[in-house]
Design a protein around this ligand. Structure first.
Ligand code: IDP
Length: 164
């Protein structure tokens, strides 16, 4: 009797990850180990201060929020480890590793997440991850500039599933 198996394939994606300034930086070796152990390839990496101008562009969707200036100030307050991560379903999988925006909520619903472990409050929440493939392309281009030519855009793998 023929057994059918359904194999799902997720497209290989890039996502932009930031290890934000301060406390998270102390744990970057551990965070990098964890990233690799979850199957992400690190396609590009740089440790840099963000300029205020770049930070404002990076977070422009929040420019009308009351916390915008605090957010820009915080993200520029020390070096950020900037990473281009790549794997199947990278955008969603990295956000799962991060946990919810607010570390206090993360501690309740996702205690193993990076924000639960390394974030201190909703502003100082340790890590960033792109919210979509489109955002990741934009963010990678913004932070890596010309270097991003080699890594932006999702790679050619098919999105979908096959019946075997
Ligand atoms: P996300 O980083 O989980 O995608 P967003 O809503 O896109 O969350 O917010 C961007 C960043 O702005 C957060 O990571 C956090 O650092 C900061 N932030 C979000 N909401 C608040 C708030 O209510 N107060 C202060 N900072 C906030």
């Amino acid at each position: 009797e023929a057994q059918q198996e359904i194999h799902f394939f997720f497209p290989r994606q890039n996502t932009l990850a930031l290890i934000k300034p301060n406390s998270a930086q102390e744990h970057k070796a551990e965070i990098l180990e964890e990233i690799k152990s979850k199957g992400f390839a690190i396609k590009n990496q740089q440790e840099k201060y963000l300029s205020e101008e770049v930070a404002e562009e990076f977070y422009k969707e929040h420019k009308d929020k009351p916390f915008f200036s605090q957010l820009v100030q915080f993200i520029c307050s020390g070096p950020c480890l900037q990473l281009v991560l790549s794997k199947e379903n990278a955008v969603e999988d990295w956000r799962m590793m991060m946990g919810p925006t607010d570390p206090n909520r993360a501690k309740e619903v996702s205690p193993d997440s990076l924000r639960a472990r390394f974030g201190s409050d909703i502003l100082h929440n340790a890590v960033h991850g792109s919210s979509s493939v489109e955002q990741s392309d934009r963010e990678i281009r913004l932070l890596f500039g010309d270097l991003s030519a080699a890594v932006t855009s999702t790679e050619g793998e098919e999105d979908g599933f096959v019946f075997v």
